[in-house]
Write a protein that binds this ligand. Sequence first.
Ligand code: NDP
Length: 251
Amino acid sequence: MPAPGPYLWLVLLELALAVATVVGLRFLTAPYGRHGRPGWGPTVPARVGWLVMESPAVLWFLIVYLTGAHKAAVVPLVLLTLWQLHYLQRTLVYPLLMRTGARMPVSIMAMAIAFNTLNAYVNARWIGDLGHYPTSWLADPRFLAGTVLFLGGLAVNLDADRRLRRLRGPGETGYRIPHGGAFRWVSSPNYTGEIVEWFGWALATWSLPGLAFALYTTANLAPRALANHRWYHEQFPTYPPQRRALLPHLL
Ligand code: NDP
């Protein structure tokens, strides 16, 4: 638990944002991708949006980490590697590979930049400075289970995003029913994988900022998974009826 002070307030702010997000998303669906609609101000190509809005999670995270007292310690370096594995992919590889003609409102991009700046700060400051991770943490069941969850979630997320990409040829913008992998069970396995990943991070770091991010991710992606699921049923009368939205057999 972080000591009382400005840092703790920032973590509490992230927890409050998770609550505000899940409440807000009961009334609207974030207007990008298939849920994009006019009325949200100027837009940029989605590819540019993703590259710009995820950049703080790579660069700002690294800067904050490098100012930490434990920046050269083994466990913080392992955790830094896990984080950057996810975010280098999301920031540099995902936008380059994506096949979309969609545009993203600058307002959505700005909100994501603000969130990523906060989230990168609280997590990097924890693992590089405020948290205490002796090398023996590498053998702790929480670290081991968390890392397995993180890497397993990442694998599901990457596989699902790759299957979605392959639904379109170059230049195509339409939507099809995805199949295979975890799409056998749920409509948005990329979100399922992402949520599992960040609960894995919370476990591996055994930290309040890690938990705050996992809860925020769930608050953000669970409502969107439900919206995607409804959208699939509206668009495709033959949509597989046994498929759930986010959690196999449950939700
Ligand atoms: P989506 O599943 O909505 O879209 C991913 C890509 O696949 C887009 O390029 C989309 O095109 C395309 N696509 C989606 N469904 C179909 C379909 N049925 N047929 C053809 N193409 C399709 O994911 P998001 O854009 O919401 O998220 C992208 C990634 O970012 C995911 O891995 C997600 O987990 C992650 N993310 C993480 C968040 C967090 O809080 N940690 C928040 C938001 C996203 P188009 O753009 O044209 O719709």
